[in-house]
Design a binder for this molecule. Structure first.
Ligand code: AMP
Length: 427
């Protein structure tokens, strides 16, 4: 017997669930259009090596990877950015910059399923390619904020950091990149103490451990205060200071352009993906304590794939989690619309019923034709159950005279009406 449940971590989206997801996806598309992003549709399946190159151990170990029938090692994409990087170094190599690229679709990670965590999930992904300037980072924050506002979400904040702060210290302490990545993974898992002892094991100075501790501790809502505070502690770590200044620039730009969102500055935070080089952020909704979006700057990814140095900054929004946040914050729209059921009383008027259905659909009215051959009373019961707004009942005698019965399903009022007046009555 075949297994009739979806594979663990996979879900079916029925009716309202499908509507909610597509609604959020449509708003993402509207935002993409408003900000000048071009949609790119890339394959679900990519070479394993491309996806593994710089995803970060967390994600690398959780890929759905297999050999295809031709023996190629492939994987279902766990994120969009690797595919975008592939395009940047190949097909889009010589295109004038900046590129603003946008995608939506499903991603696959062998995560442990739980609330808001699935093995197949949806994202909208935005990347600005070719600019290293702070206004490009600010645009990514702006569009994310705009997206949430359009969805009616009000309660969320941006947790913001900059990987250059930590990496700057580790680089100055001569800790090589591979080892830095291990420290960043521990930080991503919020294992601060282990991260500190690992740094010491790697031979970092006592002083750097103190500085790192101060960076981990420093967090707060007031960005200028937090950043000024850690800047003092970072004396002599020049590239870390430059990273703080870059973050200050981005945030000042947001503030000065009247972009108002709640922030929590957390300079010691890291993200699971290894390719980040600059500002990083996650967006958190209070009821969930899991991120509904995340992103940052990655200036070295194109080089890693053999392309020329191409700065880029992007964000991925978790559409499934946004749907959950909307439910929690009661901002999910009603999705109610006018639906008309057409019910022929007898078989001989079915062709007339179908003609009328076609006419109304041409006017943009949603019509469900009775296709079960039920008696009127049963068909009306069913229409009621499915929240149909109007029913048109077509009988042989009435239709001879060019008339039909229109029933308002909400107030149960019925009227015999000329067909010509039908459209008017429905609108
Ligand atoms: P990432 O690609 O890891 O930067 O994640 C970006 C966003 O995708 C997160 O903020 C989540 O909203 C969403 N996301 C990541 N992993 C999952 C998952 N397993 N299930 C549902 N959403 C996810």
């Amino acid at each position: 017997m075949a297994k009739l449940q979806p594979v663990r971590g996979m879900r079916d989206f029925l009716s309202t669930d499908a509507k909610k997801l597509r609604y959020v996806e449509q708003i993402a598309k509207d935002v993409a259009r408003l900000y000048g992003f071009e949609e790119v549709i890339t394959p679900l399946l990519e070479h394993f090596d491309l996806l593994a190159a710089k995803s970060g151990e967390e994600i690398r170990a959780r890929m759905y990877a297999f050999r295809d029938l031709g023996g190629r090692k492939v994987a279902l994409r766990p994120e969009f950015t690797a595919s975008i990087a592939r395009l940047i170094v190949t097909t889009l190599r010589n295109k004038p910059k900046p590129l603003r690229l946008f995608s939506t679709g499903t991603l696959y990670r062998y995560d442990e399923p739980q609330f808001g965590r699935y093995r197949e999930f949806w994202q909208s992904n935005f990347e600005v390619v070719g600019s290293s300037r702070p206004e490009a980072d600010a645009e990514i924050l702006s569009l994310t904020h705009h997206f949430m506002q359009k969805l009616g979400l009000r309660k969320y904040w941006f947790k913001i950091g900059h990987v250059g702060i930590l990496r700057g210290i580790l680089t100055d302490e001569r800790i090589e990149e591979e080892r830095q990545n291990r420290v960043m993974q521990l930080l991503d898992a919020k294992r601060w103490d282990e991260a500190l002892s690992t740094v010491e094991q790697f031979g970092a100075s006592k002083k750097s451990a103190m500085v790192l501790k101060a960076v981990f501790k420093a967090k707060g809502k007031d960005s200028s205060k937090v950043l000024a505070q850690i800047k003092k502690k970072l004396k002599n770590y020049d590239s870390s200071v430059a990273a703080v200044e870059n973050l200050q620039q981005i945030l000042e730009l947001c503030e000065e352009s009247n972009l108002k969102f709640n922030t929590l500055i957390e300079p010691g935070f890291a993200r699971g993906l290894e390719y980040y080089t600059g500002m990083i952020f996650e967006q958190i909704a209070p009821e969930m304590e899991i991120s509904i979006g995340g992103g940052g700057r990655y200036d070295k990814l194109a080089e890693l794939f053999g392309g020329k140095s191409t700065p880029a900054v992007g964000v991925a929004h978790g559409l499934d989690r946004i749907v959950l946040a909307m439910d929690k914050q009661s901002t999910t729209p009603e999705f109610s619309k006018q639906v008309v059921a057409i019910i022929p009383i007898s078989d001989d008027v079915i062709p007339r019923a179908m003609q009328l259905a076609l006419q109304l659909r041409k006017e943009g009215i949603v019509v469900e034709l009775e296709v079960m051959g039920r008696k009127v009373a049963r068909a009306l019961q069913d229409a009621n159950r499915r929240k149909v707004t109007h029913a048109i009942i077509i009988g042989p005698k009435e239709i001879e005279k060019g008339k039909v019965t229109l029933r308002n399903m909400r107030n149960h009022q019925q009227q015999l009406l000329d067909i010509e007046k039908l459209f008017e009555a429905l609108s």
